[in-house]
Design a protein around this ligand. Structure first.
Ligand code: ARG
Length: 457
């Protein structure tokens, strides 16, 4: 029998119980954080005279050796270990002997795991942020080529008003910018050192937590040791932030799926980002976008797992909290995979402006502009709205559009109509004129692109 708590126990752990209790298959990915944190801890212990300088040197050298061997593959992680913290400590002691047993002075696995998770998540937040920035940049570049590409804008999935395709795409860039901002906020709250909280109550040793924070690059130290070991808000917050990214990707995916259907045909996905059917030879399916949409559900599941796991927990540490990592890691892995495939899918898609324009022409999406024409000539908007509605009904009855309807028909409903109405409801003009701040007017779209260029620089 050789467990760390062998003093208190007379029997070894049942094999099945050991497997049930173990988290090493999930937390082994934090080995770098665990070792880095331990090196900082040992350094502080020596500086404070809690362990000797000689012991610290041995411990640090031993830990660095383990890190190098894990990185190179020379050392394999033992799947029978309870968790990464136990594994590293046991490996250290097997390498340097009894000195290794001094490392866990003034520390508990409760503050150790909280430290490792925070460090690990901050690194992942940085990687997700980089992937988001790449996607925003790709959207901005595609937008630059499509400022003057006109498509129908929709509400209720009914053609509503003509818009610039770039304007539509840029709305996703704005969502993703908020995601980046949310992640930065989450990172700020994650960037608090829990180490030194020990099991839950702090310690009798003269530790220097500020020093450990400095060594590990933390902005601050948690103010309450019970909160330090019990807080997983940052993991739930990250799962929410990732859920929101996925929700944005999912909405974008849904539109891409619609756009490449024969009913829309606004875009075509590259062959390398589409799949065929096993039976229908004509099929070209947007599986990637569908999978992104589908995987959004599992990330929401991860968020629900975290919130539910935490909701009834008494203070301080409870083993339930070991379940945090599988959920938040799954959310991280999923969003990273989705982002890294979504961006090239978007970059390689072919935009079909002719089809967009055709769709924009059939559906009276310039009706608002027709009403606005009358308003500019002095008619109250409600009256103009009614007359335009009657014009649309007339068009439908005659099989015409507002662009093809003859001037006499216009004038039969209002004397205010003149020949310049056709220019006023021209699709390009309709878009161009929407210059209100944030509108779809070409100059407004260019301003958005410039704004993004400035941020992405
Ligand atoms: N594997 C544990 C976790 O992930 C580490 C902390 C264990 N602490 C304890 N007192 N059993 O939460």
């Amino acid at each position: 029998m050789n467990t760390l708590w062998q003093g208190r126990f007379q029997k070894a752990l049942d094999k099945q119980v050991n497997d049930f209790n173990s988290s090493i298959s999930v937390d082994c990915r934090m080995y770098r954080e665990d070792i880095t944190g331990s090196i900082a801890h040992a350094t502080m212990l020596a500086e404070q005279g809690i362990i000797s300088a000689g012991d610290c040197k041995e411990i640090v050298a031993g830990l660095k050796g383990i890190l190098a061997d894990l990185d190179s593959g020379a050392l394999q992680i033992d799947p029978a270990a309870e968790d990464i913290h136990m594994f590293v400590e046991a490996e250290l002691t097997s390498r340097i002997g009894d000195t290794g047993k001094r490392l866990h002075t003034a520390r508990s696995r409760n503050d150790q795991v909280a430290l490792d998770v925070r460090m690990y998540l901050m690194r992942e937040i940085d990687e997700i942020t980089a992937l988001l920035n790449e996607l925003i940049k790709a959207i901005n570049e595609i937008s630059k080529d499509n400022i003057y590409t006109i498509m129908p804008g929709y509400t209720h999935l009914q053609r509503a008003q003509p818009i610039s395709f770039a304007h539509h795409l840029l709305s996703y860039a704005m969502m993703l910018l908020r995601d980046v901002d949310r992640l930065a906020d989450c990172r700020r709250r994650t960037n608090v050192l829990p180490l030194g909280s020990c099991a839950l109550a702090g310690t009798t040793y003269n530790t220097d937590r500020q020093r450990v924070a400095g060594l590990l690059g933390f902005d601050s130290v948690c103010k309450n040791s019970i909160d330090g070991v019990s807080d997983r808000d940052f993991a739930a917050e990250l799962a929410f932030d990732i859920s929101t990214v996925m929700m944005h990707l999912s909405r974008f995916s849904e539109e891409i799926i619609l756009w490449c259907s024969w009913e829309f045909k606004f875009i075509e996905l590259d062959d390398s980002y589409s799949t065929g059917s096993s039976i229908m030879p004509q099929k070209k399916n947007p599986d990637i976008a569908e999978l992104v949409r589908g995987k959004t559900g599992r990330v929401y599941g991860d968020l629900t797992t975290l919130l539910t796991m935490l909701k009834g927990l008494p203070l301080a540490y409870n083993k339930d909290m070991q379940e945090d990592k599988e959920a938040v890691f799954d959310a991280i892995d999923t969003v990273k995979m989705c982002l890294s495939i979504f961006t090239p899918m978007l970059k390689t898609m072919r935009v079909l402006p002719g089809n967009m324009k055709k769709a924009a022409q059939n559906g009276f999406i310039n009706a608002t502009d027709c009403a606005d024409y009358l308003v500019k000539k002095g008619m109250p908007f409600r009256s103009a709205y009614k007359i335009t509605g009657q014009l649309v009904a007339l068009c439908i009855q005659k099989g015409e559009t507002l662009d093809s309807l003859d001037l006499d028909s216009y004038r039969s409903l209002s004397e205010l109509f003149d020949g310049d109405i056709y220019d006023e409801i021209d699709m390009h003009k309709c878009v161009e004129k929407r210059l209100s701040e944030g509108g779809t007017g070409f100059e407004s779209v260019k301003a958005q692109i410039e704004y993004l260029d400035g941020i992405l620089k």
